[in-house]
Design a protein around this ligand. Structure first.
Ligand SMILES: CC(C)(COP(=O)(O)OP(=O)(O)OC[C@H]1O[C@@H](n2cnc3c(N)ncnc32)[C@H](O)[C@@H]1OP(=O)(O)O)[C@@H](O)C(=O)NCCC(=O)NCCS
Length: 175
């Protein structure tokens, strides 16, 4: 990854971070990413989502990491969901792996994923799971040692309304 981009874990998500995270989310949805949102993607929807996530981070339910450029602008993000049922305390989930189209294919996604795995491990997680509808993301996860389980057809809609399959992955940490 280019040395100008740094990954850090957000202890709190304030207004500045909500703006930057919303910029990245809007760019990814407008680029066709299947990450829970439909077109048209508004700033209000993006900000409302990150406000909810800010409260969830404050409750200790999840960790949000960001990649920032040399000027401090947020260009990518990933979430580790820590909060699980009491019989799965060792399991976490990766969600909202998003890199702005302007900085893709420079290793930002790989750096975010590695940092998310380290955060999960330090929070006591030994198993991570995720699902993805992106071929680009599938290659990223496979390259970093994730195990592909299979595909569920017609799982969700792409932002333009087209049905899409999702692929399930897991990774055992620390073994
Ligand atoms: C999936 C996603 C996060 C990947 O982010 P990224 O920052 O481009 O990821 P990386 O740069 O680590 O890897 C992407 C590619 O660039 C290549 N690459 C990395 N560094 C490079 C460099 N310095 N020079 C040339 N190529 C490079 C990687 O080998 C990889 O190649 P591949 O596509 O042939 O497998 C990004 O495409 C994205 O945000 N997609 C939309 C949102 C989405 O669908 N997220 C998944 C939800 S689960």
């Amino acid at each position: 990854m280019t040395g100008a981009i740094q990954v850090r874990c957000l202890q709190t998500i304030g207004d500045r971070e909500i703006q930057g995270l919303s910029d990245v989310l809007i760019d990814c949805v407008e680029g066709g990413a299947s990450v829970s949102f439909m077109l048209p993607m508004s700033r209000a929807k993006a900000e409302a989502y990150w406000h909810r996530m800010s409260a969830s981070v404050a409750r200790g339910e999840r960790v949000v990491l960001v990649a920032e450029d040399a000027a401090g602008a947020i260009v990518g993000t990933v979430t580790v969901i820590l909060d699980q049922p009491e019989n799965q305390p060792h399991r976490g989930e990766i969600a909202k792996m998003l890199v702005h189209r302007g900085v893709r294919r420079q290793g930002v996604g790989a750096a975010l994923l590695a940092a998310a795995e380290r955060s999960a491990l330090s929070a006591g997680k030994t198993l991570l799971v995720l699902d993805t509808a992106s071929d680009d993301a599938e290659r990223l996860y496979a390259r970093q040692g994730w195990q592909r389980c299979g595909q569920i057809p017609h799982y969700a809609l792409l932002p333009n309304g087209t049905p899409s399959a999702t692929t399930i992955f897991f990774k055992l940490l620390g073994s």
